[in-house]
Write a protein that binds this ligand. Structure first.
Ligand code: GRF
Length: 194
């Protein structure tokens, strides 16, 4: 199974994914970003993984040319902050995953990314948070959730301390999701033990 990972930032989830896939698992064959300055591109280049920076992240034709060139079976959004064009989401229905740093459906949707998510969890006085991997649909963070991992919210948590605790489980959740997809031949429900 050939995987494209899409990033916009430092790519710590990309790094965790690369470290969590073995020879029998899906292979990350290209890393795509909407920003040349995304730190995760350097991480890919250091590992000899081809990278592509999109000129127009809203252009389905450009997306499809890249996905065709690399013969992509599974698209993984790992901190990709742009909306994937609908024709591409439709084409990869059931084969496009996103990792989100909350227990969806709580605290998802437009504008809910990074520290905004964790601030919302603290404001809501939730006793726990976590990470979710879900199928991507044309609306932010609304696709079926395939797996989640929970963490406690501590009384003295800041958005930053909660973000760090959630990121740690993200780094275990995403590799488990992709390994499970490799075994099933498509994105499928999974647990952290996969
Ligand atoms: C992660 O919190 C992920 O859940 C969210 O964006 C962040 C990406 O972080 N979608 P990184 O670039 O993988 O470090």
């Amino acid at each position: 199974m050939r995987v494209a990972v899409c990033i916009s930032g430092r790519g710590s989830n990309l790094g965790a994914l690369l470290g969590g896939l073995g020879a029998a698992d899906p292979e990350v064959v290209v890393v795509i970003s909407n920003r040349e300055s995304a730190g995760g591109l350097q991480l890919a280049r250091e590992r000899g993984i081809p990278t592509v920076v999109l000129n127009h992240s809203g252009d389905a034709v450009e997306w499809n040319a890249v996905l065709d060139t690399w013969r992509i079976d599974l698209v993984v959004l790992a901190g990709f902050l742009k909306q994937v064009p609908d024709p591409v989401v439709d084409r990869y229905q059931g084969r496009m995953l996103n990792v989100h740093p909350s227990l969806l459906p709580s605290h998802g949707g437009p504008g809910m990314y990074g520290l905004h998510v964790h601030r919302a969890v603290l404001t809501a006085k939730d006793r726990e948070s976590g990470a979710s991997v879900h199928l991507v649909t044309s609306r932010y963070d609304e696709g079926p959730v395939l797996g989640q991992a929970r963490v406690p919210v501590l009384h003295d948590d800041t958005a930053e301390s909660l973000a760090a605790r959630v990121l740690e489980v993200e780094h275990r959740l995403l590799p488990a999701a992709v390994r499970a997809a490799g075994r099933a031949g498509r994105a499928a429900p999974f647990t952290l033990d996969d």
